[in-house]
Design a protein around this ligand. Structure first.
Ligand SMILES: Cc1cc2nc3c(=O)[nH]c(=O)nc-3n(C[C@H](O)[C@H](O)[C@H](O)COP(=O)(O)OP(=O)(O)OC[C@H]3O[C@@H](n4cnc5c(N)ncnc54)[C@H](O)[C@@H]3O)c2cc1C
Ligand code: SF4
Length: 541
């Protein structure tokens, strides 16, 4: 007999969504998370701790690619809420074209077995649970919507409003970013977000950022049938007769063995691949771990020494005019966003390869506007996660980079220089930046070439689903998390109907905008170990 009806491994975007969406079924659900809660404390917002000391980062080492660096120390967070605890909370939909095959300068981005229309209602629900802000109609590349954004957009502050006007004067269509923050723009005393300058990439001390912990795991734990075990890592999925019958791992260093009728794996694209590979399950296609993608990403801090940038909350501007190309580029280029206003400690790290001391970094902090460029990298079966028997190997080489660098040059020369910026600091994010990891257990219609069926069930197993970013055959140039959440709701909708026999379909009403935060959820059904400052995650994969 199984211990649980459902076990969810991993409490990030995919796992949190699944817990939230299945919580009211009354089924006995256990969430397992290898990390601990990220504490609420003053240093949540201390840039010296976050950038200078790699605050809250998991102590993880992977082997690098065959012909590249030996060791990779990735920027990953093993916490309740996963990587969303530190994310930038910019959550937008993929473009409809991203669900279809697209020709890039560097090759082909494959289409999906499910289209934008099928995703659209789930995007609506995902936008509700994450409390997304935006202005419908501004972004000309966005697909159709069946309803408005739940909250109106964050307004641009002075220096950014100036940039928006300049981009418009140069013929572009900048839009307001879609942000997952719990703020009431007109009546800010009603909700906890204070629109501060320590949001991206900091945890939110006020639990006002809609991350997987605050928006999904804690609300799910208000249901008595849902429990969470922290500091619990699963190392083996044991298969018998086409089903996973046992999970083996460690809780607080002690061996555990568990079972459930339904197993949901959501460890993030890299750890999910590693878990399936080390368990030798779900891999009759030989596709587990392959086709790993992570986006091509670069920052440009653009400086106008005559014009200080004193904004508090910078991340409000987006520009998708070159998503599908430009008059000079007949192939996709990508997205332009802003990061959170970069503190000088971040600038020291980001531009450490340049001549940078504290005085110069403080100057950059004062005068720069911090732009962020994301372009698609393309799935390649040779770009893969491997399990060596002891360690993860990240066998990845970047691709489709020529158009990414053309994109940076094009925007700098034709727009940033015309806007009065005269100095430009650039940094392209390399192997350590696996923030947008995806694609290692793709869904598809052919069991010979995909790991998961269109409902994200492993083709080879009757009771195992994967709902993190692994399922994505490609990821456009959009930030991935809204799509991960929408997909997990889509899978949960299928499970509620086909596994648990419920008649009703999910709708936005199942994702109220006023769900409790912080103290409201403090009494939830937790089984946790208290945090100590030397709680170091050193045993993470
Ligand atoms: C600094 C930063 C900024 C980002 N900004 C954005 C942004 O603005 N917008 C956006 O869309 N995305 C952003 N992302 C990406 C976003 O965080 C990820 O897309 C998202 O968290 C992925 O969700 P997931 O469910 O696939 O995995 P994760 O959120 O990584 O969750 C996986 C969880 O599983 C746990 N786990 C792993 N293995 C095991 C195991 N064997 N046993 C038990 N538990 C396990 C991990 O500890 C982790 O908590 C950012 C990421 C980072 C790091
Ligand atoms: S208060 Fe708002 S802006 Fe500040 S970290 Fe929290 S969610 Fe982000």
């Amino acid at each position: 007999m199984s211990n649980y009806d459902v076990i969810i491994i991993g409490s990030g975007a995919g796992g949190g969504t699944m817990a939230y969406t299945l919580a009211d079924t009354g089924k006995k659900i256990l969430i397992l998370e290898q990390g601990s809660f990220l504490p609420r404390e003053k240093r949540n917002w201390d840039p010296h701790f976050i950038f200078g000391e790699d605050g809250y980062k998991a102590k993880v080492e992977w082997i690098g690619p065959d012909d590249g660096q030996d060791v990779v120390k990735p920027i990953v967070y093993h916490r309740v809420g996963g990587n969303t605890k530190m994310y930038g909370a910019l959550l937008h939909r993929q473009r409809p074209e991203d669900f279809t095959e697209q020709k890039h300068k560097g090759g082909i981005s494959p289409g999906w077995c499910v289209g934008y229309d099928e995703f659209e209602p789930y995007y609506m629900m995902a936008e509700h649970v994450m409390k997304i802000h935006g202005n419908a109609g501004e972004d000309k590349t966005a697909g159709h919507r069946s309803g408005p954004y739940p909250f109106k957009a964050f307004p641009h502050e002075g220096r950014i409003a100036e940039c928006v006007q300049q981009l418009k004067d140069l013929g572009l269509n900048p839009h307001h970013s879609n942000l997952a923050l719990n703020r009431d723009i007109d009546e800010p005393w009603k909700r906890p977000c204070i629109a501060c300058n320590t949001c991206d990439p900091f945890p939110c001390m006020l639990h006002a950022k809609s991350d997987a912990e605050t928006a999904m795991v804690r609300p799910a734990l208000k249901h008595k049938n849902v429990s969470l075990w922290t500091n619990t890592r699963i190392d083996q999925l044991v298969e018998e007769g086409g089903k996973i019958t046992r999970l083996e791992g460690e809780r607080d260093g002690e061996k555990i063995s568990l079972s459930a009728d339904l197993i949901i794996v959501s460890c993030g694209a890299i750890n999910t691949a590693a878990l399936l590979l080390k368990s030798r399950v779900a891999n009759s296609s030989d596709q587990v771990g392959r086709n790993f993608t992570k986006h091509n990403q670069s920052g440009i801090s653009a400086i106008d020494p005559r014009n200080p940038n004193d904004v508090v909350f910078q991340k409000t501007l987006g520009c998708h005019d070159f998503y599908h190309g430009s008059p000079e580029h007949p192939y996709p280029l990508g997205t332009i966003q802003l990061t959170g206003k970069a503190h000088w400690t971040r600038i020291m790290g980001d531009y450490g390869h340049l001549d940078m001391d504290e005085t110069r970094a403080r100057f950059v902090q004062k005068y720069a506007v911090d732009f962020w460029f994301t372009s698609e990298d393309l799935p390649d079966p040779r770009n893969r996660i491997e399990w060596t028997g002891k360690q993860i190997k990240l066998n990845y080489r970047p691709n489709n980079r020529e158009s990414h660098f053309e994109f940076l040059d094009y925007f700098q020369q034709n727009y940033l220089e015309k806007m009065g910026f005269t100095e430009f600091l650039r940094s392209t994010k390399e192997l350590e930046f696996t923030w947008h990891q995806a694609g290692t257990a793709q869904f598809g219609t052919d069991r010979k070439t995909s790991v998961l069926d269109p409902n994200c069930k492993a083709w080879d197993l009757d009771n195992l689903y994967v709902v993190d970013a692994s399922f994505q055959p490609s990821q456009g140039a959009t930030n991935p998390t809204l799509t991960i959440i929408a997909n997990a709701i889509r899978v949960a909708d299928h499970l509620r109907k086909d596994w648990f026999g419920e008649g009703k379909s999910l709708s936005t009403e199942d994702y109220p905008l006023s769900d409790g935060y912080m103290a409201d959820n403090a009494g939830a059904n937790l089984s946790v170990h208290s945090y100590t400052s030397d709680d170091d995650d050193s045993w993470g994969a």
